[in-house]
Write a protein that binds this ligand. Structure first.
Ligand SMILES: *Cc1c(COP(=O)(O)O)cnc(C)c1O
Length: 879
């Protein structure tokens, strides 16, 4: 029978146990093992049965048991310690609080608050609101911000079904399930008005419809995470479904989600801050383009509350917005039909002060190769943010090339997209056994030090090789045990009976070199590259003395048939009776599985098509556990591989034919595994230890440990993006937003005058026809500035080594000085260049807009360079 109404009865904890409720509702437990121990001790069996989820535990423990615990003095003492520890964590001064004092003119610029928007957040398996790396990164960002005391508010959506759960059919075809998540059974509280009623936000949709949402709050340590939920009675059935699942549905459905996230998210932040007294954010950070409409909403706000026109509001918004792009894969970029956007931001749903044509222009692909009918969220992200970054150095460079069309006339290296390399939250991802060994060998403080960059990582080198090897074996054995359980469950789901499954008890071997490969299954990640030569792989798996074993996991996007075929191909290979004890596919990759996988593997394999992996983070999590990386030089590995912290798979990225490229790279992979990786792993000394392997393990920890941390990443964001953005936003806001108005007017003037700006004439002297090191080149440049003044521009000389095609490589830039205006109205600039190195040398001059509120001179995308028609005179005597 179907229930006509559904609700959830919440546990009422006996008074002495009330702190347990607070500990359960603050997700810090997910990275604080002592708190988890406490929950386990409430009822170990129930704890295991509910998948180590404190909220579900408290719902499932019998009342009698709770009553007994309420009288158990030893338990209550432990509870008090845990509760006090959480209070200390929440209230004490942390890194951010040691920065110079807040307030106007705060010298370091650290913002009073930052809003961090993301379509997904992966914090714990108990709150399944993520699909992969983007979400996990967002979760790690919030956790590290919490540890550092950075005042962030997370903003996302609460998906009623989250992302799908994966299983396999008998025929190895991916099956998807979308279990219903009841928010009342999740670690969430409703944001409420003082009278107890639920806070609501509403946004408009075309056809005079409305989309309402309530606001759930997950508490991530010190950081509130607001999740919007449209499944409420105020909505029509269609609108109720907006937050049904992550990345499903039509493009209109996706747009509604993104409008709710961006527009609704800003409204939720306003509401939350008003209700709680939390400071309003000075900086808005959009993690990938999906939340980009937050900028449109803020333009509307500036119009409504401060009377700014679109252009001035745009400047005010840009100053305080940070945009992080996450993918160099064109298919990964979020794009909509222009008509769809026009319908949602125009007509009866247009907002005052936000003309629809201006919105459309923000996402227009108005560059060579762009599609006229398309609205591009990444492009809008770049136009709405004064500061933008990729997520590794290589990805930063690739993004500069990818979006160079938005800055015509600029070299890709000058496209204003920087990079901050991703990091991972050590307290979440380092296995407890690893922390405990470090604590035993190096003193109890070290465990905590895994969260900090400066903290004595070199000391790890002192841990005896024997202890490291024993740890590696323990971790591998734990993974093998876990994998056997999961393998058996998977086979049962595939329809096998117990009698057929005896072999699973011997699948994998705790003493065999273990390679892990787990990630989403888009084609560029090449799940099946290892199958390129099946015989060769089989030989590696079954090698008589130096075998390898492989643990594989990954979900294909539900709409990606090709990805599902890859999963099927891999599973079918691993079903083979000859190899099934050496290669296993574990369905339903998620955070819980990942936490076993990274520590238990000896080698973490990554073989994307370079340069399509923006960063990759799973290898970082593996490295923090002493697992060695074996990877194509892409993303973070391109930056931090040093020749002895793992292996680089040679890439054939110049080869056009994809089949041939796969062949070459797969062969290189097999060779490396056989001759380097397995050879070293099985090279045992008289003490039975693989000493060179263990040196690599220690070197990995010591050298990569401090770099791959999310705390390093969040500090980088604070120092190089959040603080400058806050300073810029304050400059705009000062004196009733005079800065924003002035900057908008100035930009309009510069744009209007720019067609008249040109380099008329360049003269140089001071060197003969055989220049030598030590000579000084004198430059005189005549430029026309139209109606602009020298204070509106900078005239620069760019100089440096030139390549065969006369292009200046890694040029340096120096400003020239305006001297006077000549009788034709041209401005005369001069300067000099010291020739300080030998070899081919070249220079050019250029004019760019200059204003103290610009983040970079490239911001307007305007540049004037010599066209070749102007006179260039060399060797003339000057003065
Ligand atoms: C870390 C992680 C990812 C991301 O891994 P990549 O290396 O970026 O592909 C995906 N899923 C889970 C469950 C993770 O923990």
């Amino acid at each position: 029978m179907r229930a006509i109404r559904r609700f959830t009865v919440r546990t009422v904890l006996p008074t002495p146990l009330e702190p347990l409720g607070r500990l359960a509702m603050n997700l810090r437990w997910s990275w604080h093992p002592e708190t988890r121990d406490l929950f386990e001790s409430v009822d170990p069996e129930t704890w295991a049965a509910v998948g180590r989820d404190p909220v579900r535990l408290l719902g499932a423990v019998p009342t009698g048991k709770l009553a007994a615990l309420a009288e158990d003095r030893r338990f209550l003492a432990r509870l008090q310690v845990a509760a006090e520890d959480l209070d200390d964590y929440l209230t004490g001064a942390r890194w951010y609080q040691t920065l110079p004092e807040p307030g106007a003119g705060r010298p370091d610029g650290a913002p009073t608050a930052i809003a961090y928007f993301s379509p997904e957040f992966g914090i714990t398996a108990a709150l399944p609101q993520y699909s992969g790396g983007l979400g996990i990164l967002a979760g790690d960002h919030l956790k590290a911000a919490s540890d550092l005391g950075v005042p962030i508010i997370g903003v996302g959506l609460l998906y009623k079904h989250g992302y799908f759960r994966q299983s396999l059919s008998r025929d190895a075809w991916q099956q998807e399930r979308y279990p219903l998540l009841d928010p009342n059974e999740l670690p969430l509280t409703l944001v409420r008005h003082p009278d107890g009623s639920a806070a609501r936000i509403v946004i408009g949709l075309p056809g005079n419809r409305e989309l309402h949402a309530r606001i759930w709050k997950a508490q991530v340590g010190r950081v509130p995470l607001l999740l919007l939920d449209s499944d409420i009675e105020e909505n029509e059935p269609f609108e109720r479904e907006v937050t049904d699942r992550l990345y499903g549905g039509t493009s209109e459905h996706r747009l509604h989600q993104e409008m709710l996230l961006g527009v609704g998210g800003v409204r939720a932040v306003r509401e939350f801050c008003a209700l709680t007294g939390h400071p309003q954010p000075e900086v808005f950070h959009t993690n990938e383009g999906h939340a980009g409409f937050l900028g449109v909403e803020r333009i509307r706000e500036f119009h409504e509350t401060r009377g700014l026109d679109f252009d001035a509001a745009l400047e005010a918004v840009r100053a305080g917005t940070v945009f992080t792009t996450h993918t160099p894969v064109p298919a990964g970029i979020d794009r909509f039909d222009r008509e769809l956007i026009a319908r949602h931001f125009g007509g009866d749903n247009a907002a005052p002060g936000v003309p629809v044509d201006r919105v459309l222009a923000l996402g227009a692909e108005s560059f060579p190769g762009g599609e006229p009918g398309v609205f591009n969220m990444a492009v809008m992200g770049l136009r709405l943010a004064q500061r933008a970054n990729g997520v590794s150095e290589l990805h930063g460079h690739v993004s500069q090339g990818m979006f160079a069309g938005l800055w015509p006339g600029f070299d890709p290296a000058e496209v204003p997209i920087g990079s901050i390399t991703n990091g991972v939250h050590a307290p979440t991802w380092v296995d407890r056994d690893v922390l405990e060994l470090a604590g035993r060998e190096l003193g109890p403080d070290f465990g905590a030090g895994f969260g900090e960059e400066g903290h004595g990582w070199a000391a790890l080198d002192r841990i005896p090789a024997q202890a490291v090897w024993e740890l590696r074996r323990t971790l591998r054995a734990k993974l093998v045990a876990e994998a056997r359980v999961r393998l058996r469950e998977s086979w049962k789901q595939r329809g096998a009976g117990d009698a057929e499954l005896g072999w699973t008890e011997h699948a994998l071997d705790p003493d065999v070199l273990t390679i892990g490969f787990a990630r989403r299954v888009p084609s560029y990640k090449r799940l099946t590259l290892m199958l390129r030569d099946k015989d060769r792989l089989r030989a590696l798996l079954l090698h008589p003395t130096r075998p390898i074993q492989i643990v594989v996991a990954g979900k294909a996007h539900p709409a990606d048939e090709g990805g599902k075929r890859l999963v099927q191909e891999l599973v079918k290979f691993s079903d083979g009776e000859d190899v099934r004890h050496r290669i296993v596919f574990l369905p339903d990759y998620d955070i819980a599985m990942a936490q076993h996988l990274y520590p238990g593997c000896d080698v973490w394999l990554n073989n994307p098509l370079r340069p399509l992996e923006a960063c990759g983070t799973s290898g970082m999590k593996a490295a923090l556990n002493g697992c060695l990386n074996l990877s194509i030089l892409d993303g973070w590995w391109d930056e931090w591989y040093d020749g002895s912290n793992g292996w680089a798979i040679p890439t054939a990225d110049g080869i056009e034919d994809p089949d041939r490229r796969d062949d070459l790279e797969a062969n290189a992979l097999y060779d490396l595994v056989e001759h380097s990786v397995a050879a070293r792993f099985y090279d045992r000394g008289a003490d039975q230890l693989p000493s060179r392997w263990l040196e690599m393990v220690k070197h990995t920890l010591v050298s990569l440990g401090p770099k791959v941390l999310a705390s390093r990443m969040v500090k980088d964001y604070v120092n190089s993006l959040y603080a400058p953005a806050a300073i810029a936003a304050r400059s705009m806001a000062a004196e009733e937003l005079a800065g924003a108005r002035a900057l908008a007017d100035w930009k309009a003037e510069v744009r209007a005058s720019w067609p008249q700006v040109r380099v008329d004439h360049v003269e140089s002297g001071g060197i003969g026809d055989a220049p030598e090191v030590g000579n000084t080149l004198d430059l005189r440049v005549f430029v026309s500035l139209g109606d602009l003044k020298p204070t509106d521009v900078e005239v620069q000389v760019v100089h440096g080594r030139v390549d065969g095609g006369d292009a200046i490589v890694d040029g340096e830039v120096a400003p020239l000085k305006p001297v006077r205006r000549d009788e034709h109205g041209r401005w005369f600039y001069e300067g000099s260049l010291a020739l300080d190195r030998t070899g081919p040398f070249g220079y050019t001059v250029r004019v760019m807009p200059a204003h103290n509120l610009l983040a970079t001179p490239a911001e307007l995308g305007l540049i004037a360079v010599p066209t070749g028609d102007e006179g260039v005179a060399d060797g003339l005597p000057l003065r």
